[in-house]
Write a protein that binds this ligand. Structure first.
Ligand code: GLA
Length: 381
């Protein structure tokens, strides 16, 4: 992959790159729709990364090329970058450069070529991988002195304000901060992180990712509406964010909310508590105890938060019926991927069972991949 990315860069841009960087996609083990409520999450990096070759330019141009694009080079003037002005995949890398300049940082142009193995549209944060690869490359090339959490904030700002997606910070934090062999206990308010060892192989377990290849159109508007609902609930309760509501105070708080906000708040509060329980299980060396938490989290996303869909529900049901320890949708929802914690020996049977259930339901069979906790963004060469 590295040699190919370097060669392609030279073919397209006519000179050698100054370096190669990689940033991964992620799955989230538990803690869904909690990040924009200042809450907790437990993502881990996938082995699949976006690999970026880059070289600074002195003329203020940003020249972007993607192995997954249409073959054309997108040429932009850094000084003219503005939200909404760049369409397609190029808005993610361009947004990061724009966001760095918005912070008053002295960044200029660059030649970039990216080749990503993170499946797009699968809920595995392919856009965050792309943003974070550019963020770490620019950090080094332009000597910005930004720490990893600051780079994640820059990438999130690019996605929010430049690409117009009102996401939280989890995907970008996972992509820049994860460590091999660990899940990342993230506090989305302080951006404090703790690496929690997650030894699947040592416990005879595997983590199966089933990409349903479904992406429902309502995703963007629905995500923004859910986020707005949570923020409104926090205001009504007189709290800075729903993170500040504990499980013990939940029954009293729910009684003070309009009926429409009750299930949202119940999901966020119980989900934050599930993150704590999951971290405790991993810390105690009992990863199999994650299983029931995954399935509970899925029920909460399905019944209270309303972000699952028939395909993700069926994948969870079929995986569990075939012997998974637990399963849930991962990411924003409305399609995307399901993760299942499975006994290693049962991986093939569980995959087959889900495929059969999908075929019987008239759905396209999901694409399986195996997730191992991998390292966050890094320089390759
Ligand atoms: C998407 C967003 C994240 C997070 C998840 C839901 O992946 O990009 O910030 O809100 O949805 O947990």
């Amino acid at each position: 992959m590295n040699a190919r990315v370097r060669q392609e860069f030279e073919r397209i841009h006519g000179h050698a790159p100054e370096g190669l960087w990689a940033a991964p996609g992620r799955i989230n083990l538990i803690g869904e729709h909690t990040d924009y409520n200042d809450g907790f999450a437990l993502p881990m990096a996938l082995p699949q990364t976006a690999v970026l070759a880059a070289r600074r330019r002195a003329d203020g141009l940003l020249r972007l090329h993607s192995a997954q694009g249409d073959g054309r080079v997108t040429e932009l003037r850094v000084a003219d970058l503005a939200p909404g002005a760049v369409p397609g995949w190029a808005r993610y890398p361009a947004g990061v450069v724009w966001a760095l300049r918005e912070r008053g940082l002295p960044v200029g142009g660059a030649d970039l070529h990216v080749d990503s193995a993170v499946p797009a549209g699968a809920g595995l944060s392919s856009s965050a991988a792309l943003e974070c690869a550019v963020a770490v490359a620019y950090e080094e090339l332009y000597g910005l002195g930004l720490g990893r959490p600051e780079l994640a904030r820059v990438a999130q700002y690019a996605e929010n304000a430049f690409a117009g997606v009102p996401c939280g910070v989890m995907d970008q934090m996972a992509s820049v901060c994860c460590a091999e062999g660990s899940a990342l206990h993230l506090d989305s308010r302080s951006l404090e992180v703790r690496q929690v060892p997650f030894d699947l192989a040592g416990h005879g377990l595997r983590l199966l990712v089933l990409d349903t290849r479904v992406k429902h159109d309502l995703a963007d508007g629905a995500y923004a509406a859910l986020r707005a609902g949570c923020e409104r609930a926090a205001r009504l309760l007189g709290l800075p964010a729903l993170r500040d509501l504990g499980e013990a105070e939940l029954p009293g708080a729910l009684g003070r909310l309009p009926a429409g906000l009750v299930p949202l708040v119940r999901h966020v509060v119980t989900e934050n508590a599930r993150v704590t329980r999951a971290v405790d299980s991993l810390t105690a060396g009992e990863p199999e105890a994650l299983g029931p938490l995954l399935t509970e989290g899925h029920a909460s996303l399905r019944d209270d938060y309303g972000v699952s869909c028939p395909e993700t529900d069926l994948a969870v049901e079929a995986a569990n019926a075939a012997g998974a320890l637990g399963a849930r949708m991962t990411g924003g929802g409305f399609g995307g991927s399901v993760i299942a914690l499975v006994p290693a020996a049962a991986t093939a049977d569980i995959t087959t069972a889900v495929t059969t259930a999908f075929t019987q339901a008239g759905f396209h069979p999901p694409t399986p991949l195996e997730a191992t906790p991998s390292q966050g963004a890094t320089r390759l060469a």
